[in-house]
Ligand binder design. Structure first.
Ligand code: NAD
Length: 278
């Protein structure tokens, strides 16, 4: 019930600005916000986007809302309490640098950040609440908790952990942000940090698999929205925990739940698990 409430209210809807308003996720966020009655006060796109000056709701196939897509971050954010950003690492970092102080919180769904990028995000989270997640679905938040628990219970000498993920052909980063979330959850269950445990991709004359490591495998093709598995493999049994996203609306709904939650939080870096109380 708590999770249902976090997804649907009853909190007052904060006004939002949607970055990357013409993108796959930007459009999903706009549709979900219109359906939930959350006011969209601004929308941004890259400076050479054909969507500039268009109405973001019209782009999403809905009635216009009297907002124009702009490349000017301050203008897009001017009347918004929460900035929702599913764009690119460079665009998200530029927004964090330029957002006016009136924006109380940021929901950050972009993936593919470098360690340096992440340090910059951590620094920005000292000034305002940022909810960052490689996946905003309820199912994946729960999957992370299950993976962490399984990794803690299944000893590293006998149980190898491999994370697999499949995505559409247009995705530009690998492994996915979600796969890395699952890898971090598995590493946390084992009491290690992911960079220590992460195996190089299995490719070529690899030699035998070292015990205790966490491996990643990636599929790219067609229109797959997101399919993730954590595989725990022992000599005589295999446990697979799997999640399939069938509609980007699940990420959009989670992002809006995060927006509702984040406007009431002090500055800090939060995850979707914090939003859902997992
Ligand atoms: P997309 O390419 O369809 O959309 C990105 C949009 O951002 C594009 O319209 C692009 O023009 C726009 N953009 C680029 N630079 C910009 C700038 N400077 N200012 C404003 N807009 C700019 O990609 P997508 O499938 O929507 O994914 C976007 C990001 O979200 C990716 O990093 C993806 O991995 C991530 N993602 C996260 C989740 C999650 O739940 N956290 C779910 C799906 C996708």
């Amino acid at each position: 019930l708590r999770h249902t409430n976090a997804m649907t209210g009853p909190f007052t809807a904060p006004s939002i600005a949607v970055a990357g308003a013409a993108g796959r996720m930007g459009q999903a966020v706009i549709r979900a916000a219109l359906d939930a009655g959350i006011p969209i006060t601004g929308a941004s796109e890259r400076a050479d986007s054909p969507a500039l000056s268009k109405d973001p709701a019209s782009l999403a196939g809905r009635e216009p809302i009297g907002v124009a897509v702009t490349a000017d971050i301050s203008a897009a954010a001017a009347a918004a309490a929460v900035w929702i950003d599913f764009t690119t690492p460079a665009a998200s970092l530029a927004a964090l640098d330029a957002l006016p102080a009136s924006v109380a919180a940021v929901v950050l769904g972009t993936t593919g950040f470098s360690p340096n990028d992440q340090a910059a995000i951590d620094a920005h989270a000292k000034a305002r609440a940022i909810v960052q997640a490689g996946n905003f679905s309820l199912g994946v938040a729960l999957l992370c908790a299950l993976v962490r628990d399984a990794a803690a219970r299944l000893n590293a000498a006998d149980w190898d952990i491999e994370i697999t993920e499949a995505h559409h052909r247009r995705k530009v980063d690998a492994p996915s942000g979600t796969a890395l979330m699952l890898g971090r959850a598995a590493a946390a269950g084992r009491g290690v940090a992911l960079p220590e445990a992460r195996l190089a991709p299995h490719d070529g004359q690899t030699g035998p698999r070292p015990p205790g490591g966490i491996g990643f495998a990636v599929v790219r093709g067609g229109g797959i929205i997101g399919d993730h598995s954590a595989i725990f493999a022992a000599e005589r049994e295999v446990l697979t925990l799997n999640h399939v996203a069938m509609d980007r609306a699940v990420f959009a709904d989670g992002a809006l739940a995060a927006a509702r939650w984040a406007v009431r939080q002090p500055a800090g870096l939060y995850s979707i698990s914090d939003v859902l109380g997992l």
